[in-house]
Design a binder for this molecule. Sequence first.
Ligand code: ATP
Length: 468
Amino acid sequence: TEKTMEKIVALCKNRGFVFPGSEIYGGLANSWDYGPLGVEMKNNVKRAWWKKFVQENPYNVGLDSAILMNPQVWVASGHVSTFNDPLIDCKACKMRHRADKLVESYVQEHGMDVNVEAMTQEELVAFIRDNQVPCPGCGKSDFTDIRKFNLMFKTHQGVTEDTANEVYLRPETAQGIFVNFPAIQRTTRRKLPFGVCQIGKSFRNEITPGNFIFRIREFEQMELEFFCKPDTDLEWFQYWRTYCHDWLKGLNIKEENLRLRDHEPEELSFYSKATTDFEYLFPFGWGELWGVADRTNYDLTQHQEHSGQDLTYFDQEKNEHYIPYVVEPSLGADRMTLALLVEAYDEEVVDAEKNDVRTVMRFHPAIAPFKCAVLPLSKKLSEKAREIQAELSKDWMVDFDDTGSIGKRYRREDEIGTPYCITVDFDTVGDADKAGDNCVTVRDRDTMEQVRLPIDQLKSYLAEKLAY
Ligand code: ATP
């Protein structure tokens, strides 16, 4: 009963969580489509985040900014220069280099006849490895792979395809928040500290996509940029670190599958004071789920310089203008969905002698695609069952299944993680001789226990069980 990616990918495909993209055309590498159950689940993930980070949090507001932005945004943010270069890091001293520059100076020094400009990324890596090109910082030759090379997707706005109208698909949602900072502060009349949340698509031309929906080129982010007074950033960093941790625990992610990895000083980006990666234990190993970073006043300062606009905040108490500091928790909706799929997956031995094993997705009720399923024992009971489904559907996503044995139907619902099955039987409706009891049987996915309940108590019973 081992959890493997193969099993999870197969379940996702067979039950309609996630399909390979463009499959009838042979697919498109590493693109995935969320099916009927997957879209419900991912929407639930995003809703659960929004509830905790916007609705219930006293400091935060929401935003939905455009994917296409003025290209200057990406110059200011550093994405145009940094993310277009073939970067590699020295594993020994953590110094970052441009791979082409390293090769260039090596070639010059050794009087070699090599056209570095014409070299591909793979050729650069191979050259560095074969020649043991040393790190200018420490002299060792042990580098990471090249990263962030040509990471942004480019397209053209307008009818002509020249460089004048090139625009990028955003590689993160964060910059949409930064450029709207003054407008949000003005319209909400917020004082520091306050935060802005956004959920939306981001695009990165990843060099090594893979592991199902862990690393994809088109993905969704759930980002918060939290603006605070200078010198309070490290306190707020701790606040959000704990807040994020609590949200994960609240969705039943087990502590043993979670690791909070604080970056060492030499690992930090040059503008960051503190960073914690929340890592999850996927079947393929630990992988970053959530990055929480103290970004100081770097981003707003950059945008102030490049836009020429005043992005300072006026502190009335101190009677002074300054650029706020920022703490950023950044989470991928797809990675979070994958983590919850992995966490939920279970194979339970129901009867060892009969070799009876059930696959059950033990989703938190807030995450489960369907909150309950209505199952009439016989097709003759479908009318009553449809009536119950219609009523419950006003509040929740409710599945309906009237085919196959009841045991098979329970197992199907277990496999898609439906927390409650509601069975309508002949006692429910009665017949000519005996009045119906107007009760249904409610089965719990995890314990498989059943209770009999009057139909008119069903809603309040479920509401209590499903509350989030
Ligand atoms: P990685 O090191 O895995 O490439 P990153 O450090 O570049 O991630 P950030 O820029 O901090 O990632 O992005 C914040 C979050 O967005 C990540 O923690 C992750 O959940 C999500 N994310 C980033 N890139 C991808 C991707 N290609 N596919 C899916 N989710 C992603």
